[in-house]
Design a protein around this ligand. Sequence first.
Ligand SMILES: *Cc1c(COP(=O)(O)O)cnc(C)c1O
Length: 390
Amino acid sequence: MFPSMADAAGRTLGDEEIAAVTRVLRSGMLSSVWGTEVRALEREVADLHGVAYAVAASSGTAALHLAVAAAAPDPGDEIITSPISDFGTVAPILAQNAVPVFADVDPFTGNLDVDAVARAIGPRTRAILAVHLFGAPAPVAELRELADRHGLLLIEDCAQAWLTKLPNGRLAGTAGSIGCLSLQQWKHITCGDGGLTLTDDADLARRMRLFADKGWPRDVGRHHVSFGLNYRMTELAGAVARAQLAKLPKVLADRRRTARRLLDALRDLPVRVPPADVDSHAWWLFPLVLPDGGAPEAAAKLQAAGIPARAGYLQEGLHCAPALTEAPIYGGSRFPLTSPPADREPRYGRGACPVAERMIDETLIVIDWNENYTDDHVDAIADAIRGVFR
Ligand SMILES: *Cc1c(COP(=O)(O)O)cnc(C)c1O
């Protein structure tokens, strides 16, 4: 049996988290507006990343919504993002009445292709939202340069990329103007649901904090200075997240150690595993790319051998999700989605991102990864993969 992030054997929840929850309950204060846990979590996460501010939120999607709201697109403005991600990357764009524009990806990492992003920039582009897919560093230095050149904001979705290292030695989430993290059940560390944004910009931090708390600065009296929702994290979640944060370095060390063992075992097989640098990757999942295709058949054989593997990661790219291709968005209306200018490619549906489509349909396999895998687990996975490709 493989430990899974959905059961206790595959999580790092223990006495520390139990003590944290008890501490909060006994204090009588469960709200982060007046409590101390979430404020402390924000400080700890900001310090870990070497940034000035972190703002907690009730989910990773909420954190991304704070970031998009702070980017302040006008209705109908465009935000360029990746077709291979969680829908939580896209929903906040729609929620702010902006238009998600998908740029195609690198065929091995599944991360945004910088040239494709450059081609997708138009007069209404407001921001680039890059995803560090499966924990592999996205080319955020190049994207930052591109964003700066065009006066755009760069947002990093680090939900799968806790402690992912960028080539400059800093952590993912620090190259853009805002980085976003998730604490949902299936991430490296969890408090059930939760999220955080990172930024060095005092104005962006203030706008995100206001958006998370009904536009209420809480300094003098009861007044609302801007539009916002309630995306506050509770003290219970914050206290659990702090206990989990203390365990994060070991979670990553363990995932990297076992990922290296599998990489070594796969060396002479016709699969590709990007990137070469094991210790930069966060190994949220372990991706295998079969350049010649056949991923669905190979994944089925791995599953039959008891390996927690799946082909494609998504059923379809986000650019093909019915939520974007056909469903109403507000009431009966499809606003803010509009047709692209006549000289541009269709935005959604098959054909819009052919590289991503081929990965999902033919070349990508993901294997569930876990910090509690033993060498025996890894060797069983390696044996099964060798069995498929022999
Ligand atoms: C999980 C995830 C999200 C959404 O986070 P939630 O906490 O589930 O709302 C967004 N983007 C990516 C890449 C994710 O993996």
